[in-house]
Design a protein around this ligand. Structure first.
Ligand code: SF4
Length: 235
């Protein structure tokens, strides 16, 4: 399917439907299955930035534990920025990869302070979207997913973060071409998905990837999207 929405769906019960119609149908079914995502906007872009760096290569529980320990021991972001490196590494150890995540977090906080004259990302709320994205991308340890998460979840900007689950599920559904890189998927899915669905579809695709469309053994026989999916088992 053409991710820009120009082509039409070639198989299944929605043959001939536009890409946009397919996305809305996928959203409708996932919403019916998983409901309104529990996650709510944080409002503190620094918290979301740090939390997302902590989340790399770990599960939510360990990320949350590391984040809670960090906040308990260093109540302000200035304190995190200025603490000895070893103390930050010790605080976030439950998240794993602490010797690299700790320095990344502190380097990003120092970089923001040096370039903005204060430790705040609030200015991103009013910067043109692509400028805001590029500004985040130039920070230490920040890639396309982290930038998009900060913009969407802290600031309500229309971005569509692509994690490993979304990358896998949307390729299997052929919403994006099979061999699309994760980096490239951000732009393709932002062009395809209606902005008002970004938040909900992002979280419900992750839920579907975790609960049904597993990396190794997708449970296609109980999948609510199987009649729309060119990758379903036996297709
Ligand atoms: S049919 Fe299978 S491959 Fe397709 S989305 Fe469902 S679980 Fe994933």
């Amino acid at each position: 399917m053409d991710p820009q929405g120009a082509a039409h769906y070639g198989a299944g019960p929605m043959t001939g439907a536009s890409a946009s119609d397919i996305v809305r149908e996928i959203h409708r079914r996932l919403y019916a299955a998983y409901g309104e995502p529990a996650q709510h906007p944080d409002g503190d872009p620094l918290a979301v930035l740090v939390n997302t760096i902590l989340s790399q290569n770990t599960n939510d529980r360990n990320r949350d534990l590391a984040f809670a320990r960090l906040r308990a021991q260093f109540p302000t972001w200035e304190a995190v920025r200025d603490a000895p490196s070893a103390a930050i590494i010790a605080a976030i150890r439950p998240a794993g990869l602490a010797p690299s995540k700790g320095p990344h977090i502190q380097a990003a906080l120092r970089q923001i302070t040096a370039e903005r004259g204060e430790l705040s990302l609030d200015f991103l709320a009013t910067l043109p979207l692509e400028e805001a994205r590029q500004w985040l991308l130039h920070l230490d340890g920040v890639g396309p997913k982290t930038a998009a998460i900060v913009l969407l979840f802290a600031l309500g900007r229309p971005t569509f973060p692509v994690d490993t689950h979304i990358h896998r599920v949307t390729r299997r559904l052929r919403l994006i071409p099979e061999h699309t890189s994760r980096e490239k998927a951000h732009g393709l899915l932002e062009a395809l998905v209606p902005p008002e669905l970004y938040w909900n579809l992002h979280l419900n695709l992750i839920a579907h990837g975790r609960q049904v469309c597993h990396a190794r053994h997708p449970e296609c026989t109980r999948c609510i999207l199987q009649d729309l999916c060119p990758s379903r088992a036996g297709a």
